[in-house]
Design a protein around this ligand. Structure first.
Ligand SMILES: [Zn+2]
Length: 281
């Protein structure tokens, strides 16, 4: 069954995410577990969490993903930044478990002037430590658009980290816009899509692909500029998404939209319908 949805708001409480999911016709969602721009995060109210889990079940909304705060920078060369980033990611894994989410999607961050190898070693240790302390739930590395020494803009980087951590609860989220913008997935022809699938398989392993952030891009391939666009309206385009969405592997992965929306209020029904039309479902 096609799993398609988007990032939805929890402002006003977790129950609002369900309302939003139903409004846009989503059967999978991504939410923030707490403020995306604050260093502190409380565990959600247990009663509200159980109600949320129940409502997701009743409405066939599954899986649910958490998106970690943008503040997190596990690779940072600055002072206590890696330590507080690790603590915040750990807290969000606990929140994910509390609300019955499949896992937490996060960006590794920027290594600044830290050497690449050292940055990867630190990230591997942080992720191993978190997964060692929190015994359930998954961490999911999202690829980045590539500006400013970001770690995780290439498949081999992410693959090396995932292999070194070697934990069945660590996986990969592919963002189509970021991979286009980073220049690692410039060609959305049928052949280009299949080649890219093979690259994921070679570097990371296709079984580790647990989520797809489905976004078109306002900026060209290789621009390193992260600007999302509605599906089919950007430089990946309708044909590109048709090739991508009809690939036998990619269409089986939960698809989460993080698009601006036609009313500029985020993922909407029209984008979801566009995806369904492109798949013919
Ligand atoms: Zn994304």
């Amino acid at each position: 069954m096609l799993k398609i949805g988007g990032h939805v708001s929890t402002s006003g409480g977790l129950s609002n995410a369900i309302k939003e999911a139903k409004r846009i016709g989503a059967n999978t969602i991504q939410i923030f577990g707490a403020s995306p721009v604050r260093w502190s995060a409380l565990l959600p109210d247990p009663e509200a969490s159980l109600q949320f889990i129940d409502e997701c079940k009743k409405n066939d909304i599954n899986p649910v993903f958490l998106h970690a705060p943008y503040l997190i920078n596990l690779a940072s060369p600055k002072g206590n930044m890696p330590r507080i980033s690790e603590a915040l990611l750990e807290r969000h894994l606990e929140i994910a478990n509390a609300v019955g989410a499949f896992g937490v999607i996060f960006h590794i961050g920027s290594r600044g002037d830290r050497p690449q190898k050292e940055a990867e070693e630190i990230v591997v240790k942080e992720l191993s430590d978190i997964l060692g302390r929190v015994k359930t739930g998954r961490l999911i590395i999202e690829n980045s658009a590539g500006a400013g020494n970001l770690v995780g803009d290439s498949l081999d980087e992410i693959g090396r980290i995932i292999k070194a951590v070697d934990n069945e609860r660590l996986g990969f989220c592919l963002d189509t816009a970021h991979s286009f913008e980073a220049g690692i997935f410039p060609d959305f022809s049928k052949k280009g899509v299949d080649d890219f699938k093979n690259q994921i398989d070679n570097h990371i392993g296709i079984k580790k692909l647990w989520a797809i952030h489905l976004n078109d891009s306002k900026t060209p391939a290789g621009s390193n500029k992260d600007r999302h666009e509605n599906i089919g309206m950007g430089l990946i385009g309708k044909n590109g998404f048709s090739n991508f969405l009809n690939h036998p592997i990619f269409k089986k992965i939960p698809l989460i939209l993080e698009v601006p929306g036609y009313e500029n209020d985020g993922p909407d029904k029209k984008n979801i319908e566009t995806v369904r039309k492109l798949i013919g479902k």
